[in-house]
Design a protein around this ligand. Structure first.
Ligand code: OAD
Length: 241
């Protein structure tokens, strides 16, 4: 199966890669669903929605501060590095991620389409200014903008639209690619998950890398069952040799 996937990627003119929390699992960052997933211990509606933030910004910020601390200690793993290597070798390779942890950036990937935002960026709830902030832990919660307004994480919460420019670039990458490589996502969060059937409908081969079966496993062209940290380096090596 891996040799078929390798051939498809090697022969593709345009490649798109979409990643989810599973690509960072081997860096020690908990995913959202499944055993040990964040949504097993926390309710998304209490922590990752505009309503939750309006009700209790301090609680929401404490949770993000805790996650920032976990992410700050994490290092990119062989899967992040293999993706960065592929992107460097193949300029026609677009990386779309649902992750907010910044590990793809740290591995050297560029022009990343971050569908769900970035945990290292803040946005003012009053003036909408955005800025990077890597302080861990934050010195005061909730953090403030220079204008005095309250800052929120520059992350897409449940019920919020995706950044329109990023979303349309991701849609067009999915609709024009010859191969879509889907890595470490449960493929249940929309609209991100809709890129998978869109790519297939437009004629791309879809390859899934995941140790578990997902709702899209039955409809992809090739399922590589295993961890991203093992499979991605093997794929990259055989593609780039
Ligand atoms: P999930 O936590 O829903 O799914 C993680 C997927 O990674 C599962 O299918 C696992 O089987 C798989 N997985 C686990 N370990 C892996 C490994 N070592 N290698 C490869 N795959 C592995 O995460 P997402 O699909 O990314 O939204 O979740 C989508 C969105 O839901 C997130 O972006 C987040 C969340 O609520 C926001 O923050 C807006």
């Amino acid at each position: 199966m891996i040799s078929t996937a390798t051939d498809w990627i090697r022969n593709a003119k345009l490649i798109a890669i979409m990643t989810g929390a599973g690509v960072s699992a081997e860096s020690g960052i908990p995913a959202f669903r499944g055993a040990g997933g964040l949504w097993r211990s926390f309710r998304a509606e209490d922590l990752a929605s505009p309503q939750a933030f309006a009700r209790d910004p301090k609680l929401v910020w404490e949770w993000y501060d805790w996650r920032r601390e976990i992410v700050a200690k994490a290092e990119p793993n062989p899967a992040h590095h293999a993706i960065a290597l592929l992107q460097k070798a193949r300029r026609d390779c677009t990386l779309i991620t649902q992750n907010v942890d910044g590990l793809h950036d740290r591995a050297g990937s560029v022009a990343i389409l971050k569908l769900h935002g970035d945990i290292w960026r803040m946005r003012c709830t009053r003036c909408a200014a955005e800025w990077p902030d890597r302080r861990v832990p934050l010195p005061s919660i909730p953090p403030k903008c220079q204008c005095g307004g309250m800052a929120r994480p520059a992350i897409v919460w449940f019920g919020e639209p995706l950044p329109p420019g990023i979303w349309s670039s991701a849609e067009s990458a999915a609709e024009t690619c010859d191969v879509l490589l889907v890595v470490g996502t449960s493929a249940v969060v929309y609209p991100a998950a809709s890129l998978i059937p869109s790519a297939r409908a437009a004629g791309a081969k879809v390859i899934e890398v995941n140790p578990e079966e997902t709702p899209v496993s039955g409809s992809v062209d090739c399922s590589l069952r295993g961890s991203a940290g093992a499979i991605l380096p093997e794929l990259a090596e055989s593609i780039l040799q």
